[in-house]
Design a protein around this ligand. Sequence first.
Ligand SMILES: Nc1ncnc2c1ncn2[C@@H]1O[C@H](COP(=O)(O)OP(=O)(O)OP(=O)(O)O)[C@@H](O)[C@H]1O
Ligand SMILES: [Mg+2]
Length: 417
Amino acid sequence: MTIGAGLRGPGVLVIEPMGNAGRFLTEAADRLGLRLYAATHKEVHDAYPDRLRSALAGLCATDLTDTARALDDMAAFCRLHRPAGVAACFELFTPLAALLAERVGLPGNDPRLARAARNKVLMAEAFAAAGVPAPRWAAARDAAQAHRIAATGGLGRPLVVKPAEQGGSWGVSVVDGPGPLGAAVAAAQRFTHARPHGLRLDTTVLLQEYVPGPEYSCDTVVADGVAHPLPVVRKDTTPGRYRIETGHTCPAGLDEELTGIVQATAARAALAVGIRNGIAHTELKIPPGTRTPYVIETGARLPGDNLCEVVEAATGISEAAAHLQAVLGRVPDTAPTAAGAASIRFLLPERGGVLRRAAIPAVPGTHSELYLRPGDAVPEPADSSCRIGHVVARAGTAERARDVAAEVVARSRVEVG
Ligand SMILES: Nc1ncnc2c1ncn2[C@@H]1O[C@H](COP(=O)(O)OP(=O)(O)OP(=O)(O)O)[C@@H](O)[C@H]1O
Ligand SMILES: [Mg+2]
């Protein structure tokens, strides 16, 4: 007998599972025997892939851009369907999840700090208050103010210019000197509303000291205020003005002590922005010659970029399952069950235009996916929306996984006209 999603329990209400992590969340719910409900806009739900729609036990159709209405609608939905947990799956709605959890009496993050996990100005304040190592920063309303801040020299050179509220490296620029600063501020303020829901964004611009050195990410699952560290992942980006993620590798290749320091710093960052029941994705850089990780940002959500797959392939840990367990108030499973390695590399275009041809060779131990088809528009390589596809490689060591994935990308054909 097949038991449908609707007959199982307990349930978790997911606020917008449409992103990259939604797929991993539905797979983990299936394994844990949980029902997943989605809260989103009706027209966004209509555009879900069939696989996601059919994995859901129900829909709370609401307007996530209207906090009061969304909370009323979701609270009424909770009274009817009695979910045992609330999970955010979309960075911009993580504050809503905290507010809803408090309102309906379910485990959740600290609603007083919840906006700090979404807004990078509030995040910088929360890190400073908690003593989390982070780049020096200043906020600007416009280009004139940004020029005045840069002219003081207090943040050094180069400067990182970014929107207070965005993701995917959209509007993030590394600028050296006053010349490109005005354009960088304009890029950071370009988006006033977020797609696809139309949520209004804070257009404050954050100026940050540039932290040199290799970059890592480390997720932390917090259950009833207790932080459980997850594996550290090495993150590669493009150099230069636009920092687009080119790949991620797990394990990160750090020694045991430094791994522990990164995990402890990521946990402090998560707790500083009020994570109490759920996962946080934290990005950090370690300046050369030091063993001090600086936190670039943290988000109260699962990672994107298929990182759930990379971490699980390398260690056996399901971050999505751990997140669901935490939002249900359970102790998350975070013990590794494998000691392998995995790496994901993204195919980036050299310039924007129209995709003429894209092909990734099939190599044993790897699998790949193309996001675009010939004829599709390819955005300029200024943020992660320009990616054409990816390859994931599994191997016995991180070096091997990274090399194999890089080789497959090097042998791939991308023609943009
Ligand atoms: N202060 C900084 N010093 C050095 N590099 C930085 C700094 N801030 C951002 N970067 C680089 O730019 C990338 C994107 O910045 P950030 O993570 O703040 O933006 P985002 O839009 O949230 O990115 P994403 O969603 O891609 O992680 C970082 O991963 C890092 O490589
Ligand atoms: Mg980031």
